[in-house]
Design a protein around this ligand. Structure first.
Ligand code: EPZ
Length: 426
């Protein structure tokens, strides 16, 4: 299993460029099923989850052509299968985004429960998707597939527009039903929607190809059904989670000037508000963030929240940052109940963290961290462990780095450009 070997406490300075957004890119491959025309993608992050989404599209009958780094042309040539292969679905949660388009164009689809980051108790639920598809007229059956896994089998004669209220705010459920409703008969009204920038970007792309979506980025989205969607060109927005994570790495290292380029700071207002309270020395432009060493970092509580609140995907790097701040900070993770378990490994490195319950930890700082043998449990916790290792004394080994490669492009190469001593060992 590939791993990273890190020698900590090297001063970090220089420039780092943010890649295209993982959580925007993953939603565009399923859209190609809704049009007979090609889609040209720009600023595509070359990460494992995107490669899985490309493999899924090919397994369903699509074509993926690499034009050059970060530029792809994708085209769906008509169905090869209605079964989404378990080997791929088990690898990433966003595989669920293919269900709606297949159902919309073929009236039936079979798939196992999606895999991906284990950050919620048990398998992350998909009830919001299934309820939404049922409201649009689909029938849902569960059966045991010959591969031994439980599969969902959805069928529908013709999807019809519906009024759907989400009892819980969900990013992918909002995106999935919004894109599926493009091909439903009549109008669909989605209420209590997620408002993330990736949803706005997806709606803008779909509208540029002829869809009639209003309200993306607000809690109510309306979609008027259409018969035909054109192809088009789509530039993936910068990854706000990567930008925020690099900003917290630079603040935690506190050892040199770091310029984070090609990002959209206006997608991270909750983080900058926290930086003001903590005392991070930072400045923003329209597309960059500059972090300079600060005299003293102060502890500050945080509660994760749906956008535009503080993103749960930034919680683990923030928890590491708080190990270097003066005082006690309460970290309240409201979205998932297994996303604080990684703090156990920070404690092994020397951090002073008390777990109050699955949703709350108290971090007391500042504490010195020491290198250890670690295993990356999932994508964001894995990145947080890399930050901890870069500010720790001594040598750290991080195993299972496939989890990190799922969401960060050539991470070790980019960190070495900042002066980090990080090696990839296959
Ligand atoms: C998206 O996941 C992101 N993934 C996640 O990023 C991110 O953590 C999450 O949104 C929240 O911001 C992608 O976009 C591919 P949710 P998603 O549905 O849509 C519950 C990363 O690290 N829920 O908004 O799967 C769910 O259990 C990943 O890049 C139901 O109960 O998250 C959670 O508690 C990790 N039933 C809450 O809603 C459902 O049917 C929010 O989850 C669906 C979700």
């Amino acid at each position: 299993m590939a791993k990273f070997i890190i020698q900590g406490r090297k001063p970090l300075k220089g420039k780092i460029t943010v890649s295209g957004s993982k959580n925007a890119a993953l939603k565009i491959f399923p859209v190609s099923l809704l049009t007979q025309e090609p889609i040209r993608l720009f600023n595509v992050p070359e990460i494992e989850d995107v490669f899985r989404a490309q493999e899924m599209l090919i397994s369903l009958g699509g074509e993926v052509k690499k034009i050059k780094k970060g530029v792809y042309e994708i085209k769906f040539n008509g169905k090869k299968s209605l079964d989404m292969p378990a080997s791929l679905v088990n690898k990433f949660r966003a595989s669920i985004m293919f269900v709606g388009p297949i159902l919309a164009i073929y009236g039936k689809v079979r798939f196992p429960h999606p895999g991906g980051c284990v950050i919620g108790a048990g398998a992350r639920p998909i009830d919001l998707f299934l309820n939404g598809f049922q409201k649009m007229g689909a029938k849902v059956k569960i059966f045991r597939h010959e591969c031994g896994q439980d599969y969902y089998y959805l069928t529908v004669k013709r999807l019809r527009g519906a009024n759907i209220f989400f009892p819980k705010i969900s990013v992918t459920a909002t995106e999935s039903l919004m894109m599926t409703a493009v091909f439903a008969e009549g109008e669909t009204i989605l209420k209590n929607c997620a408002m993330e920038p990736e949803i706005v970007s997806l709606a803008e792309y779909l509208n540029s190809c002829g869809a009639k979506i209003k309200g993306a980025g607000t809690s109510t989205i309306s979609v008027k059904g259409i018969k035909k969607l054109k192809g088009g060109e789509y530039k993936i927005i910068p990854d706000r989670i990567e930008a925020g994570t690099f900003a917290m790495l630079a603040a935690a290292s506190n050892s040199g000037e770091v310029l984070i380029k090609n990002c959209q700071p206006n997608h991270l207002e909750a983080l900058w508000t926290l930086f003001d309270k903590i005392g991070v020395n930072y400045s923003l432009t329209k597309d960059s963030v500059l972090i300079k060493p600060a005299k003293k970092l102060l502890a500050c509580d945080v509660t994760t929240h749906e956008y535009p609140g503080f993103a749960t995907d930034l919680q683990s790097p923030y928890t590491v940052l708080m190990t270097q701040a003066h005082g006690s900070s309460l970290i309240h993770e409201t979205i998932y109940d297994r996303r604080l378990l990684f703090t156990d490994m920070l404690t092994q490195m020397g951090a002073n963290i008390i777990m109050a319950d699955p949703h709350r930890v108290v971090v007391n700082g500042p504490t010195k961290l020491y290198g250890r043998q670690l295993v990356s449990p999932d994508l964001r916790a894995g990145m947080a462990l890399i930050i901890a290792a870069l500010i720790a004394s001594g040598r750290t080994e991080i195993d299972n780095i496939y989890q990190i490669d799922r969401g960060y492009e050539r991470l070790d190469e980019r960190l070495r450009l900042l002066g980090a001593d990080i090696k990839r060992v296959e």
